[in-house]
Ligand binder design. Structure first.
Ligand code: NDP
Length: 483
């Protein structure tokens, strides 16, 4: 770890309020989830400091709201350039604080560059539409149009699992649309959030537009949600926290990107060799800590034996270990508590008819990628969000049965289907109750301009820059009486 471009150990971090680095009374040590080494001391904000950040964001509304679109786009373009220059450093920070294997951290940085690029482009095409007023008897003699205005102060609360790109999905469209932000990153990933905020300052973003407040969700997050000057909460995280936020948000607008137990259907006649790499990525990238991780696979009985044999073989080859080793595919879960929970869910399957095909054990603080066959729908690994390198594979007799099993879930984020049959693809896209159906790929597929979000307990609202901009703007109508 001594070869890192970033300097750790002695790092003492700060809050970022109104362009100033603000110290706090209390600091909490941040440890690497893999090595348990101390990485930094993180400033712990209290309610008062959170309110100061909201004051700053409230004061700065005109600075960004009144800024022309080309300037907002320019700042975002500058961030794209700066992030490209410092891509390796960004990937190391992600890897260090979240134990995301470097190869996936690098991929996240590359995607984040695209996300900010989309935001820069979107800043230039925020517009309303003409309304045909004379279509109503009472509207004759009027012309009118809609405008999209910034919503104001946005509270952005983000999770640990994509600490750079999920911040980008909030900060990018918020700035594109002319809003100010109070960002509360996950307690395990504050360094990535502070890193990008520094790039924004360098890129020319006025002080007060982006404020970063680190500290416990129950203190900082709640203070943001409670404040009347915050017009919108954009939250990505677990369903329980998201539902709690929604209950307290009152009339604030909310976007909630929550969890899932995403599924893949493999139809008959699919060439199995061609899909194994995608399946290992879908199930095990970032240790399965991906909201659209492939958690459940329903395979047509004709393909079942071949699939489980080849999938198990490929999974056994994955390299476990230090996230900073470029060869590592699977590393530690985010906390010891999460590791214990995942192991206890595997233990539960041993009391049932399920069979562990590979994995299930912990090696050097890393849970082996685990495949479980024949898991009942009522087991936790099936019906709850597993958020660990665990996937269940069950066989089905028909597509209809598979679709029914996928839909038998409290979640509905994305689902995938591999099929060569057009009719079956149509059937799946019509009948799967999810936010996105991915045909001929795993449910884990995402690029950053597509509309993304869930139904049922997977949340409300959509991200994907254009769609997030819609959520982050108010529609205003202007009517001219020509009479
Ligand atoms: P959490 O829900 O634990 O935390 C998310 C954020 O909420 C953190 O910043 C956390 O702060 C904060 N928070 C915690 N308690 C409160 C509170 N009472 N009020 C306000 N904020 C609070 O999620 P994880 O970080 O563990 O992330 C994993 C979850 O995120 C999974 O369920 C996953 O599916 C979901 N997710 C969804 C995505 C989507 O787009 N649908 C994408 C990625 C992840 P602190 O860290 O200090 O507790």
């Amino acid at each position: 770890m001594n070869n890192l471009a970033i300097k750790t150990n002695e790092m003492k971090k700060y809050l970022l309020i109104n362009g100033e680095k603000v110290e706090t009374e209390n600091y909490a040590p941040l440890y690497s989830p893999y090595s348990q080494e101390k990485i930094a001391d993180i400033a712990m904000a209290d309610k008062e400091l959170t309110i100061k950040a909201i004051d700053a964001a409230h004061e700065a509304r005109q600075l960004i709201g009144g800024m022309p679109a080309y300037k907002r786009a320019e700042i975002l373009e500058n961030v794209v350039l700066l992030l490209k220059e410092r891509a390796d450093e960004a990937a190391e920070i992600i890897s260090l604080e979240s134990a995301k294997p470097l190869m996936f951290a690098k991929a996240e940085v590359a995607r984040t560059v695209e996300t900010y690029k989309f935001a820069a482009e979107e800043a230039k095409r925020i517009h309303g539409e003409m309304i045909p007023f004379d279509a109503a008897v009472g509207g004759v003699g009027r012309i009118g149009y809609t405008l999209r205005e910034p919503i104001g102060v946005i509270g952005a609360i983000t999770p640990f699992n994509f600490p750079l790109n999920l911040v980008a999905h909030k900060v990018g469209p918020a700035i594109a649309a002319g809003n100010t932000i109070v960002l509360k990153p996950a307690s395990q990933t504050p360094l990535t959030a502070l890193f990008i905020a520094e790039l924004f300052a360098e890129a020319g973003l006025p002080a007060g537009v982006l404020n970063v407040v680190t500290g416990p969700g129950s203190v900082v997050g709640e203070a943001i949600v409670e404040d009347d000057r915050v017009s919108m909460i954009t939250f990505t995280g677990s369903p329980d926290v998201g539902i709690g936020i929604n209950n307290k948000a009152g009339l604030k607008k909310t976007t909630l990107e929550l969890g899932s137990n995403s599924a893949l259907i493999i139809d008959k006649d699919v060439e199995i060799d061609g899909i194994i790499d995608r399946c290992t990525m879908g199930a095990f990238s970032n240790q399965g800590q991906v909201c659209i991780s492939m958690q459940r696979v329903f395979v047509h009985e004709e393909n079942y034996e071949e699939f489980i044999t080849k999938f198990t073989e490929a999974t056994k080859q994955l390299k476990l270990g230090n996230p900073l080793d470029p060869e590592t595919y699977v590393s530690s879960l985010i906390t010891k508590g999460e590791l214990e929970r995942a192991v206890s869910w595997i233990e539960e399957t041993k009391q049932s008819n399920a069979e562990i095909l590979t994995g299930g054990k912990v090696r050097d603080n890393v849970l082996e990628p685990t495949i479980i066959a024949n898991a009942d729908q009522s087991l936790k690994v099936s019906c709850q969000e597993v958020f660990a390198p665990i996937v269940i594979v069950n066989q089905v007799k028909s597509l209809e049965e598979a679709v029914e099993l996928v839909n038998d879930s409290r979640f509905g984020l994305q689902a995938g289907i591999y099929t060569n049959n057009v009719k079956n693809a149509f059937y799946a896209s019509k009948n799967l109750h999810v936010g996105g159906v991915i045909i001929n790929d795993v449910p884990t597929f995402r690029v950053d301009q597509m509309p993304y979000g869930g139904v049922k307990d997977s949340g409300t609202g959509r991200e994907g820059i254009k769609y997030a901009v819609e959520e982050m703007t108010e529609l205003k109508l202007v009517v001219w009486n020509q009479g």
